[in-house]
Structures are given as structure tokens and as C-alpha cells.
Write a protein of this length. Sequence first.
Length: 74
Amino acid sequence: MEKKFVDKVNYLIAVISDFAAMHSLTNTQSYRYLNRYKGLDFIEKYYEVEHTLPFDDVLTDLTAYCRRHGGALT
């Protein structure tokens, strides 16, 4: 597999896991929430920028983005 693809997948897994921990969710719940409220699309679209930021900032950005798309987590 292409290294960039593998890096992006690993990053996405880490984001889902840390988002789950931040909001007291399971990884499955986190994935479903991020998928439903466009958080996964956000990470895909802005990966080049987001992966250079501190993880706390990424999770804050992601929470705010999902909230703007109908999510209830704060």
C-alpha cells in the first residue's frame, strides 16, 4: 500500500480513538458519530493541515465541526 494512504488510515484510527476517549464514547460510537456529523469528511478534506496540529486542537476542531453539522457533543 502507498505510505501516504497508510499514514492517513493510522491517523484516522487515532482520531476516532482519542475522540471516543475525550467524549466518553466507545470507538464504535465515536466512528458512527463522526460519520453521521461529517467529522470523517472533515478529516479527509483537511488532513494535510490537521495532522500537523496538536491532537487537542484537532479534537476541538472536530467537535466544533460536528456540532455545526447537527452533533450534540461539546
